[in-house]
Design a protein around this ligand. Structure first.
Ligand code: HEC
Length: 237
């Protein structure tokens, strides 16, 4: 079509003829309604997608314990579970596998003639004269020489574990006292601390003979140990 023909059709990208008013009534200028450029939509989508991934990867699921530093060291493992109070048995089991299982075995049964069992051991759950204070003491300073466990005699040596923290020793002992059918009261970190302070000068591993001379003491219900030990049972032959 030619530019001088009156028409309602829009101009063909050419300037309208000056004498064609109809042509000047053509379509509205389109500048206000320009569509968002396609590349900008794609860019926005990519940024939103990327931001979503960043949130998913780095938010920790918005869990309370992620943002509570006092829980982080306990819950570890990145399992994504809910925030829970640290369970000494879980921590104790891990510490036991790392430090004790090599000798006493994961089953707690020990090795005949070399490493005594912890399952149903009077040293672990308490016996005629053995009690909680003895157990904590042998963990802190070790043990050597002849020892009777469940009627069998062992004569070997166990290294001290004083390098472990009070709460770590408490967790291990709580674990071995409640695992494999053992059922004795938990050992608290406070109690380990008390025993550690009371026997701070003890560096050599204990012998059964020496321990027998120390009056039995059971962990008090509240956790903190009183100064007064329970009266000692008469030593058996
Ligand atoms: C290097 C081997 C070894 C390791 C590691 C070891 N023990 Fe022992 N443990 C022994 C031996 C050996 C005895 C007996 C010592 C003796 O003959 O006088 C013993 C004795 C014991 C006893 C008293 C006897 C009994 O069987 O109940 C307890 C309780 C005990 N160990 C707990 C532990 C715990 C808890 C750990 C980890 C923190 C640990 N042991 C790590 C070798 C080991």
């Amino acid at each position: 079509m030619t530019s001088h023909t009156p028409s309602n059709e829009p101009p063909n990208g050419e300037s309208p003829a000056p004498n064609a008013p109809v042509l000047r009534e053509g379509p509205e200028p389109s500048e206000k309604r320009a569509p968002v450029p396609f590349w900008l939509i794609i860019l926005a989508a990519v940024i939103i997608f990327w931001a979503g991934i960043q949130l998913a990867l780095n938010s920790g699921g918005f869990r309370a314990d992620v943002y509570n530093p006092s829980l982080v060291s306990w819950s570890g493992g990145g399992s994504g579970g809910p925030a829970v109070a640290p369970d000494p048995k879980v921590i104790g089991k891990r510490l036991f596998s790392q430090n004790c299982a090599v000798c006493h075995q994961g089953s707690g049964m020990g090795v005949a003639g070399q490493f005594p069992p912890l399952v149903a051991s009077e040293w672990v759950v308490g016996g005629a004269w053995v009690a909680d204070n003895h157990l904590v003491k042998i963990l802190l300073a070790g043990m050597q020489g002849p020892v009777q466990v469940k009627g069998n005699t062992y004569n070997n040596a166990m290294p001290p574990w004083a390098q472990l923290k009070d709460e770590q020793i408490a967790a291990i002992l709580t674990y071995i006292r409640s695992e494999w059918g053992n059922a004795a009261a938990p050992i608290t970190a406070d109690y380990v601390k008390t025993i550690r302070a009371a026997s701070a000068d003890r560096k050599d591993p204990w012998t059964q003979k020496e321990l027998k001379a120390i009056p039995a003491e059971t962990i008090p219900a509240g956790g903190a140990a009183p100064a007064a030990p329970a009266p000692a049972a008469p030593p058996a032959a």
